[in-house]
Design a binder for this molecule. Structure first.
Ligand code: FAD
Length: 439
């Protein structure tokens, strides 16, 4: 197939960009290195849009949460990622969590069978010198391409760590000790498995995290800062004895049926696959050594016999200085035939990466068709995120960012927090409608 746009990377962003282009009638070549004998340090399959860590797309509340609003906007723009997520959702309270295998298989099937898309399993080692291109190679961009990007942008790539949380087999969890409940009984009230801890157990566990043997940093990884949203549990523990009790191990809103009270601390596990056989330890991303993880996590009440389907790990993230390098439609200023999309632009998270893939695909399609490119208004979640990446953020201190109301233009009125959130989302809905009508 003669392609009009070349997309490099078949993750969340590349898949969404390919879909948007193909649906707009543009012929796409999608190059994905997994499936050609290559693998990243975090992926485990050859499926497109594989989720490498948590199975959650976070809040699905489109009225008072910015990522929930982003979900809604993407749905209204025909997102393949959101369609597959909705089709493979698993219970997770007010969050949207998915069966990771079903989700990735659905995206792969839709992309591979689209008549305008050719999926090619190949590693691309250099930025193409001509032709409309979208680079969506993510936080684990293969080394040679990263070098080529570094050479083209004239700037050093930045890097920091993301960490993977362990996954436990459901039938190895002791439900005589644990119980099922959502915090404050939200969702259907039973979406999480809760492991209760007494004060003594918590203090011993905290000490175990401090003492536990950690993986060594490689030379190139030293002095690299963590992203706050994906901080290893032992790093949180180092911040203070109570940090975890106010973070992932907070007990509030979780009545232990045996005592009728909140425990001193709680470890929560969330369903990780549609069958309900695998559960991930919420917020337990870690760089402890594997043997240490097994030993320490089995001291958690209810997990004394835990069998781990996957242990936690630690990986690099790579992103470019987008506010400095990209124009308002995600094109590299020095080589405008190249667009960037996904986490490599410095957005953070599955949803945000797919969202930036969605707009990159639409921009490239408009360019091919010779129509005016009209970016989504800043008042929308898509526009707010895009605006941050392409100029809203400070280039000097640019760090990965999840979508949040802080990226939206201010409302100009002072009101209660809940009212403000509702006002942001209502304004966004109207702006999106007007934008879609103008396209
Ligand atoms: C260890 C880790 C844990 C994470 N945990 C979470 C989490 O819990 N929640 C969350 O929302 N986000 C998490 N993230 C971030 C998440 O990975 C990204 O938000 C999302 O996957 C980015 O989408 P993407 O399409 O930009 O990149 P990816 O989904 O990584 O896709 C990039 C694709 O490009 C391919 N590729 C790379 N180089 C080449 C090349 N040279 N040629 C061809 N193909 C190439 C890769 O194989 C991959 O398929 C995590 C990231 C890492 C690394």
């Amino acid at each position: 197939m003669n392609h009009q746009v070349h997309i490099i990377g078949g993750g969340l962003a590349g898949s969404e960009a390919a879909w948007q282009l193909a649906e707009a009638g543009v012929k796409v070549r999608l190059s994905e290195m997994r499936g050609s004998g290559e693998m990243t340090p975090a992926h485990q399959t050859n499926g497109l849009a594989e989720l490498v860590c948590s199975n959650s797309f976070r809040s699905d509340d489109a009225v008072s949460n910015a990522v929930g609003l982003l979900h809604a906007e993407m749905r209204s723009l025909g997102s393949v990622i959101m369609a597959a997520a909705d089709a493979h959702k698993v219970p997770a309270g007010s969050a949207l969590a998915v069966d990771r295998h079903g989700f990735s298989e659905a995206v792969t099937a839709k992309i591979a069978s689209h008549p305008n898309i050719e999926v090619v399993r190949e590693r691309v080692d250099a930025l193409p010198s001509s032709g409309s291109t979208i680079v969506a190679t993510g936080p684990l961009t293969a080394a040679k391409l990263a070098e080529s990007i570094g050479a083209a942008t004239g700037s050093d790539a930045l890097a920091f760590f993301d960490a993977i949380a362990p996954i436990v087999h459901r039938d190895s969890i002791d439900m005589e000790i644990c119980w099922m409940a959502s915090r404050w009984d939200k969702g259907d009230g039973k979406d999480y498995i809760n492991c209760p801890m007494t004060k003594e157990q918590y203090l011993a566990f905290h000490q175990g995290l401090l003492n536990g043997e950690k993986t060594e940093f490689r030379e190139w990884e030293k002095d690299t800062p963590y992203f706050e949203g994906c901080m290893p549990i032992e790093v949180m523990a180092e911040r203070g004895v109570d940090t975890l009790r106010y973070g992932p191990m907070k007990p509030v809103g979780l009545d232990d049926p045996k005592t009728g009270r909140w425990p001193y601390a709680v470890v929560q596990l969330r369903q990780d696959n549609a069958l309900g056989t695998l559960w991930n330890m919420v917020g337990f991303q870690t760089k402890l050594k594997y043997a240490e993880q097994v030993r320490l996590f089995r001291t958690i009440p209810g997990l004394q016999n835990a069998e781990f389907a996957r242990l936690g790990g630690l990986h690099r993230n790579t992103f470019i200085n987008s506010p400095q390098l990209l124009d308002g439609t995600l094109r590299l200023k020095q080589a405008p035939h190249i667009r960037f999309a996904g986490q490599i632009t410095g957005c953070e998270g599955y949803v945000e990466s797919a969202a930036i893939g969605l707009v990159a695909g639409r921009f490239a399609a408009a360019e091919i068709h010779g129509t005016e490119i009209i970016p989504p208004p800043q008042e929308t979640a898509l526009g707010a995120l895009l605006g941050h990446i392409t100029g809203g953020a400070e280039a000097d201190s640019y760090q990965p960012m999840n979508v949040n109301f802080g990226l939206f233009p201010p409302l100009g009125t002072k009101s209660k927090k809940a009212d403000r959130k509702a006002a942001y989302t209502s304004r966004a809905r109207q702006a999106l409608e007007e934008w879609q009508a103008a396209l």
